[in-house]
Design a protein. Structure first.
Length: 660
């Protein structure tokens, strides 16, 4: 072997890679260095994941039979306090660290806790012993109080470091359990993220219906309360998931009057599964899957088991009643459009990551299918009319799916479909293929996009959520425009090309509706989108395909009468002309995401009740250069032109939309 193989071809530098280059991170420093490894990032979802970690610990005490009440208090300054009346974190010295209490070890040491074996908890959401220590490490302030043996103990921390030893602070003759109070660290999450009361309140409610034996007390500071978030509430669902589904479905008509609900313990190992399923006649559907009270948004093997039970049960019932076509029922026919909740409790669950997005235990699919299938067979056959009604509903969905597939197959064979249609993954398309009378709603944010998907008419209305403010094409280079994902998604969805290649005849939708929040940020987003359409797709603006939705800013209610106001002037007008001095309850929508689907449909999306503003070019439009110069002055790279325009025209500004 030649010695040349071992000769370096790199000139040694002063920055040698040696033992001094190797760092050893101790304590909770790895969490602060790489928070994404433990909570998935430093965005809004990760921010709220801290609350879920602490709440899950309290729920584990309840599920284990040691707690009956949990209190959740949100104060100003993002201070969240979660208290349970369980056993309380142990406070005696830890055998391995005799100079520290067990509480301090749990709060400051990775992979420490009482959930590795089944001694303290039969089933739990905590697996790795990192949850509460992660919260402690990523919080600027953490205070833990424990009531045990009629005594009260307290210890405080900052960014994972104890501010003092555990101390006894008094007697607690009528109290027991653990209280954790913390403030997420702005050094990690920045100063723009805050706890969203509505999101926390939904999280708390979900925990209450997952375990019927727990009562949760919700409190928040008065200034954080709203129409959807009470200042105080006692949350208890004695009927478990069935109570939740009844509230979720509300007055919507369903394929069957009775919901498919039940609970079953596993015979061959410790654990249980609870479920609730309904099939509303008009719905986008929703699905929630939990394991040991932990939400698994990506589903997993427990979701697979539920799907198998429902699909195979309906196929078997179809064979029983002589409907041979039932053998072609697919999971999407049964699941899409259904409202379903599944809650599983098992020993030693396996998740895809620390954020527990997906359950991966391979044996769970069979366990869940076996537990649910027998109940579903009885649900279908105990009342044959009910079973036939549900089967008929599913068969209609199956026929529609097969019809659409046949149409797609035919289109593939035509010349116009020879070129493969590329559509963005975030687009939720409408079911009709013709552009006539179809609409694409470009919606600000995933939250508003989710509401819009439930509110839409699936046949004619498509939804494309975009992420905040898109690129300002009037101030960007061609390279940036071509590389921008949001612009690429819009261009692909419309299918008509851009600039000289823009062909209005190829437009996939009759109306493109910009639907943004009724505030300054929403107006900015709408302006950026209108700039994009003018610069890149002038012909579809000329032909009148672009519209602005008019979501309300206020909801006004007096007695049984409810009206919506576009802005402050409209609100005052309604109060004077319609309510005429009556006491009016006024609620301000902070954004589209705060409107429930029914409200969004009634006020903004239903052609029978909504108002739209069409964006057009002036009738005497001849010289594109004149308007292009105006757009450049207002949206281009020189802000002094914008400032001058605002100064000159401030007195003329009003709430009405302007032609571009």
């Amino acid at each position: 072997m030649s010695d040349d193989l071992f000769k370096s071809t790199v000139t040694p530098s002063a920055d040698n890679y040696n033992a001094d280059s190797i760092e050893v991170l101790e304590g909770l420093e790895p969490i602060r260095r790489r928070p994404g490894m433990y909570i998935g990032g430093t965005d809004e979802r990760a921010f709220h994941h801290l609350a879920a970690e602490v709440l899950d610990n309290a729920m584990d005490e309840a599920v284990a039979g040691h707690a009956t009440r949990i209190e959740v208090t949100l104060d100003t300054g993002d201070r969240l306090t979660i208290t349970d009346n369980g056993r309380g974190i142990p406070i005696d010295p830890h055998p391995k660290f005799p100079d520290k209490s067990a509480l301090e070890v749990i709060l400051t040491t990775l992979h420490s806790g009482g959930k590795f074996s089944n001694k303290a908890y039969a089933t739990s959401g905590g697996l790795h012993g990192v949850g509460i220590s992660v919260v402690n490490a990523l919080s600027s302030e953490t205070t833990v109080e424990v009531a045990r043996n009629r005594l009260l103990y307290r210890q405080s921390f900052s960014r994972g470091v104890p501010l003092g030893a555990l101390e006894q602070v008094g007697n607690a003759p009528n109290r027991r359990g653990t209280s954790v109070s913390f403030i997420p660290d702005t050094e990690i999450f920045g100063k723009t993220l805050h706890f969203k009361p509505a999101k926390l309140y939904r999280m708390v409610r979900s925990k209450a219906y997952l375990f019927a034996g727990v009562e949760i007390i919700w409190r928040c500071a008065p200034e954080l309360a709203s129409e959807d978030v009470p200042e105080k509430a006692v949350i208890h669902f004695p009927g478990g998931l069935a109570d939740y589904l009844k509230e979720e479905v509300g007055k919507r008509d369903c394929a069957t009057k009775e919901f498919f609900t039940g609970r079953q313990s596993f015979s061959d190992e410790e654990g249980s599964v609870e479920w609730a399923v309904a099939w509303p006649l008009w719905s986008e559907g929703s699905s929630l899957y939990y394991c040991n009270t932990i939400l698994t948004p990506a589903g997993g093997t427990h979701e697979q088991g539920l799907r198998l039970a429902l699909v195979r049960g309906l196929r078997a019932f179809g064979e029983l009643v002589g409907l041979k076509k039932a053998k072609d029922i697919a999971p999407e026919d049964v699941i899409v459009g259904a409202d379903m909740v599944l809650s599983l409790f098992i020993r030693e669950p396996q998740f895809q990551s620390q954020t527990k997005d997906r359950l991966t235990n391979p044996q769970v699919a069979g366990l869940v299918e076996k537990a649910i299938r027998d109940h579903f067979d009885h649900f279908l056959t105990d009342d044959m009319d009910r079973g036939r009604a549900l089967l008929g509903f599913i068969m209609e969905r199956m026929d529609e799916r097969l019809r659409r597939r046949a149409e797609r197959d035919i289109k593939r064979k035509t010349v116009t479909a020879a070129r493969k249609l590329r559509l963005p993954g975030k687009l939720t398309d409408c079911s009709q293929d013709a552009a006539d009378n179809s609409e694409l709603f470009i919606v600000e944010g995933d939250s508003a996009g989710g509401s819009a998907k439930q509110a839409r008419d699936r046949k004619t209305q498509a939804i494309l959520p975009i992420r905040g403010k898109i690129l300002n094409v009037a101030a960007a280079t061609n390279a940036k425009i071509l590389a921008n994902q949001e612009i690429s998604d819009i261009t692909q969805a419309l299918g008509c090309g851009v600039r000289d290649r823009c062909d209005p005849q190829a437009l996939r939708y009759d109306r493109i509706i910009i639907m943004s929040d009724a505030d300054v940020d929403g107006a900015h987003i709408a302006t950026l989108l209108m700039t994009f359409f003018f610069r890149e797709m002038t012909e579809i603006v000329r032909n009148g395909h672009i519209y602005l939705a008019q979501p309300p800013l206020y909801r006004l209610k007096a007695g049984a009468k409810t009206l919506y106001a576009r802005d402050d002037n409209h609100r005052v007008e309604l109060e004077k002309t319609v309510f005429k001095g009556r006491k009016v309850e006024v609620a301000r929508f902070k954004g589209l995401g705060e409107m429930n689907p029914q409200q969004l449909r009634e006020t903004t999306m239903d052609p029978k009740t909504r108002s739209l503003l069409r964006v057009t070019l002036p009738k005497d439009y001849q010289d594109r250069q004149e308007i292009s110069d105006l757009v450049d002055r207002l949206m281009g790279r020189q802000p002094e032109h914008r400032f001058a325009f605002i100064q000159a025209n401030a007195a003329q500004f009003d709430e009405a939309a302007m032609d571009i």
